[in-house]
Design a protein. Structure first.
Length: 134
């Protein structure tokens, strides 16, 4: 279990949530600017605590799915770097996944707020009723 604030979140659920949004995060980062895998991994490690090893298989899959394409950039301090950029299919995937994510967040918020509304709508017992309960 991982403890976040007062809540305990099973690690497997937290990992699955992160994996579920990982492609969306990579697409969003590449929509801002082209990047190489290590830089993407570092950004996501800082933002959502994703391990570097998770990125490389994802980048290969996204490339084989046609969402990203690569090109090499010469480096003065070592070997050339493989940069990734979004393709038109990647931009369409970003649009679709962003819409799905936002709808999901709204649905979760509605469920959470429904519980709060139910609690606030419950009648408040008057002093006499509370005394009888004790």
């Amino acid at each position: 279990m991982v403890i976040k604030g007062d809540a305990e979140v099973p690690e497997t659920i937290e990992i699955q949530l992160k994996k579920g949004v990982l492609t969306l995060c990579v697409l969003a980062l590449l929509n801002r600017r082209d990047s190489y895998a290590y830089e993407i991994a570092s950004t996501l490690s800082d933002a959502i605590d994703m391990g570097e090893g998770t990125i490389y298989p994802l980048m290969r899959r996204m490339q084989s799915d046609g969402q990203v394409e690569t090109y090499l950039v010469e480096s003065t301090s070592g070997p050339s770097r493989k940069y990734y950029r979004l393709t038109d299919a990647g931009r369409r995937a970003l649009e679709g996944q962003t819409a799905e994510w936002r709808a999901f967040v709204v649905a979760v918020e509605n469920v959470m707020n429904a519980d709060a509304e139910t609690e606030s709508a419950a009648p408040v017992a008057n002093t006499e009723e509370r005394g009888a309960e004790l």
